[in-house]
Design a protein around this ligand. Structure first.
Ligand SMILES: C[S@@+](CC[C@H](N)C(=O)[O-])C[C@H]1O[C@@H](n2cnc3c(N)ncnc32)[C@H](O)[C@@H]1O
Length: 266
């Protein structure tokens, strides 16, 4: 049962390019809340949030070297839920889309609802949205698959190489905690390159993609043969895009079966 009149939670995304990709509804939630928590990547967003809601609190100090990121997310959720339980309208602002590769956003909403508090997630602009625009990729043209890179490798995820492929967190392969600095485990890139080259071939080129943190500036789009991925420079902000292999043959009999079911004009 919802505890109407008590605390509530709204989780919003601030987009990838500083304040420029903040939606109107996210801005409204930020300005109307009693307590604001945030995890953002750039100074401009931090300043905007601090000014929009004085007393805003960064959750970034829940990360620490040697502490698993899962433990950090659990701590963030607890920090956010404490004022909800005390009757406050709480907003949690996460960079990008707050529900895309963002454990804390989903978990906070799930836990708040389980405890009977109204909780909502508002969509934001994710790295994938920026990639579609910057690299001219339409996920509807071939289908598009998205995997966390470590998960892709260690679970041997099945994928279709004739679809677009997005691999996230290639700068953190195999790393469970949080580290200062940029590429956390560049030496493991060779493992990813080897796995991808086995399907696509060593000459097939992937794109090292990074959207700029600010509305000005160019996206990084560096083409690299998968066989040479081991030597590529990646950061925590890198998403690897692998373009599809040639299109599959379509099944003419299946298409005819579908067309035969289309209602005729009355
Ligand atoms: C923890 S996830 C956060 C994703 C974010 N919530 C979103 O909506 O895109 C971090 C991963 O997002 C991607 N990412 C973050 N910043 C990026 C950027 N500036 N350009 C491209 N991809 C980025 C990378 O794959 C990175 O490893």
């Amino acid at each position: 049962m919802s505890k109407i009149g008590c605390g509530s939670l709204t989780v919003v995304g601030t987009g990838m390019r500083a304040v420029a990709q903040l939606t109107l509804e996210a801005r409204g939630a930020i300005e109307e809340c009693d307590r604001l928590f945030h995890v953002v990547q750039d100074g401009l967003s931090r300043r905007f949030l601090d000014e929009a809601r004085p007393g805003a609190e960064s959750l970034a100090d829940s990360y620490a070297r040697g502490k698993s990121r899962h433990a950090s997310y659990a701590e963030m959720v607890e920090r956010v839920l404490a004022p909800v339980r005390a009757g406050e309208r709480v907003c949690l602002a996460l960079y990008g889309h707050p529900g895309v590769f963002a454990t804390a956003g989903h978990e906070a909403v799930r836990r708040a609802r389980a405890e009977g508090y109204p909780a909502t997630m508002l969509p934001g602009v994710s790295a994938a949205d920026c990639l579609y625009a910057d690299l001219g990729v339409d996920p509807g043209s071939r289908g598009c698959q998205s995997f966390e890179a470590t998960d892709f490798l260690v679970r041997h995820r099945r994928f279709d190489p004739t679809c677009h492929l997005l691999l996230w967190q290639v700068g953190a392969l195999g790393v469970e905690d949080f580290r200062p600095g940029d590429g956390w485990n560049p030496a493991a890139l060779g493992v990813l390159g080897r796995e991808l080259a086995a399907t696509y071939g060593e000459e097939h080129e992937g794109v090292i993609y990074e959207t700029p943190a600010y509305p000005i500036g160019e996206a990084r789009r560096e083409r690299v043969p998968l066989g040479a991925l081991a030597g590529a420079e990646v950061t925590l902000a890198t998403t690897l895009y692998v373009p599809p292999l040639p299109e599959r043959e379509l099944d003419a009999a299946r298409l005819a079966e579908l067309r035969a079911t289309i209602p005729g004009d009355a």
